[in-house]
Every structure is written in C-alpha cells, then in structure tokens.
Design a protein around this ligand. Structure first.
Ligand code: MF3
Ligand code: CO
Length: 256
C-alpha cells in the first residue's frame, strides 16, 4: 500500500527535506582537493545533531548486507555507485566525483536526498555523465502529477539515460518515503514490467534516485557488505530528490 500524506504530514516531510538540502548544500561547499570523506561525515554528524534531528542511515539494517550501516552519510567516489562509506583515508583529488547521500528523521518524518559533484576539473565525458544524470531526475520530477502512473516516472529516466548512451543501475532503486525511510512503492530507474504501475495520487511522496554508470550497468558489493561499485570500474553518478504529488503538480520537498 502506498501511503498518502495529509497536508500537515507533508509540512513535516518538507522540514526534513529542507534540512537534508541544507546539509548537502554545506557539504558540497566543503568538497575540495585533500578533504577526506570522513571530514564530510563529521560535519554532517554535527549539523544533524544541531538541528535536533536523527540520522536516518546510521544503524539502518538492510536485508542484503545483514549489518547495520555505521555512518550518517554515504560517500560514493568515482566507480562507487551507492553506499560508499566515509573514511579518513579517502582523500579527494582533482578529477574525482563524489555522490553525497544523506537522510534524517525529524519529528518522526524522514528526509533523503543525494547529489554528485566533481572535485576540481573533470573531463568532458564525466561532466556529461553528471549533467545527464541530473537532467534525468528533473525530467522524472516533471512527471510527478496526479493521474500519471509510476511507469511515467521510471520510463522517463530510462529513456533519457539510454538515449544518451549511459547505463542504468538495476540492483538499486528509489522508494516511497514518509514515517519510514523506505516505503512503497519501489521506484526503479527503468520500467519493470513484473511490478505494479500504480496511478499517482495527491499525498504520495516519492524518493526518485537515478544511479547511472558511464560504462556497463553491472554492479557488485565489496567485502565491507555495503559499498556498491560498477563492476567495470567506470564512473557512476547519483542524484536524489523527494517529491510529493499535489493537486498543483510536483513539490520537491528536498530543495527550497
Ligand atoms: N538514499 C539511499 C537509500 O534510499 C541510502 C540508504 S543508506 C542506508 O537507500 F544505509 F540507509 F541503507
Ligand atoms: Co533514497
């Protein structure tokens, strides 16, 4: 069942979304040569605590990994697709790209968003990977209208990514969000003909998160049980926003 949130609940999700936006905004500004992914983690821990919120990822147990995720951020560098773990040993260097993904819980309502940024100068094909992935999310957001169906969202990402020559990660998907981090429906970045195609209704809140590889789509999870990487070592980009369906169209909760 896909939960539909009341206007008062949407306001709470909005507060969580804006907190995540502010955190990501500050972390983006910190990204530079020599900064470690642990530096970003430490800054995020402080911002979440200062806001009186709780981290959504730390302590989260996934079925796949059977361990609790130990950090408030996922920092996925270069060929890391998602769930990269912050480390004091991972110094960012020019030419890297980093996906910063974080989630919070405020007054029982979750926020979740991610952005991928370049460190220093990156080559044109990497720039295009970031641009196309972000654009695919914007095009998907434009489909979040009452009366449209889930496949309109999923298929929009798929079509745009494939037509631009990149590949879509299949093992990880977006999700509904509300009083849990992950709620129904699952939101693949492709049309999954074996799953349902519900009609979008006001009050539904979708976390849409395209994960896109420059090379082949295949991923594997490292021995740390979390870090998902592109098997062929190609760069991977990831952007995420939480979007509410309203009578007036899409409301992106995770940006002002
Ligand atoms: N944005 C990701 C997701 O929605 C990150 C989750 S990290 C985890 O699944 F640790 F919480 F799993
Ligand atoms: Co998410």
């Amino acid at each position: 069942m896909i939960v539909r949130r009341s206007p008062a609940e949407l306001e709470k999700l909005r507060r969580s979304g804006l907190l995540v936006y502010e955190i990501l905004h500050k972390l983006k500004d910190m990204v530079a040569e020599g900064v470690t992914t642990q530096d970003l983690e430490a800054a995020a821990v402080k911002m979440i605590a200062d806001a009186g919120a709780k981290p959504a990822f730390k302590g989260y147990a996934s079925h796949a990994s059977k361990t609790k995720y130990p950090y408030v951020l996922c920092t996925s560098v270069n060929e890391e697709v998602v769930h990269g773990m912050p480390s004091a040993k991972r110094k960012l260097k020019p030419g890297d790209i980093i996906s910063i993904d974080t989630g919070v819980q405020l007054n029982g309502y979750y926020g979740d968003s991610a952005v991928t940024v370049a460190v220093g100068e990156v080559n044109d094909s990497v720039k295009r990977l970031l641009k196309v992935t972000e654009e695919s999310l914007e095009l998907a957001i434009d489909k979040v209208h009452a009366g449209n169906r889930l496949f309109d969202v999923c298929g929009t990402v798929e079509k745009y990514i494939v037509s631009n020559g990149f590949s879509i990660v299949r093992e990880f998907v977006g999700h509904g969000i509300g009083t849990s981090l992950h709620e129904e429906p699952q939101i693949p970045n492709y049309i999954d003909r074996n799953s349902e195609n519900p009609r979008l209704k006001p009050g539904m809140v979708l976390a849409i998160e395209p994960m896109v590889n420059a090379g082949k789509p295949d991923t594997e999870v490292l021995s740390d049980k979390w870090t998902a990487v592109a098997k062929d070592g190609s760069y991977s980009a990831h952007f995420e926003h939480m979007v509410a369906v309203t009578d007036n169209g899409p409301w992106v909760l995770s940006r002002p």
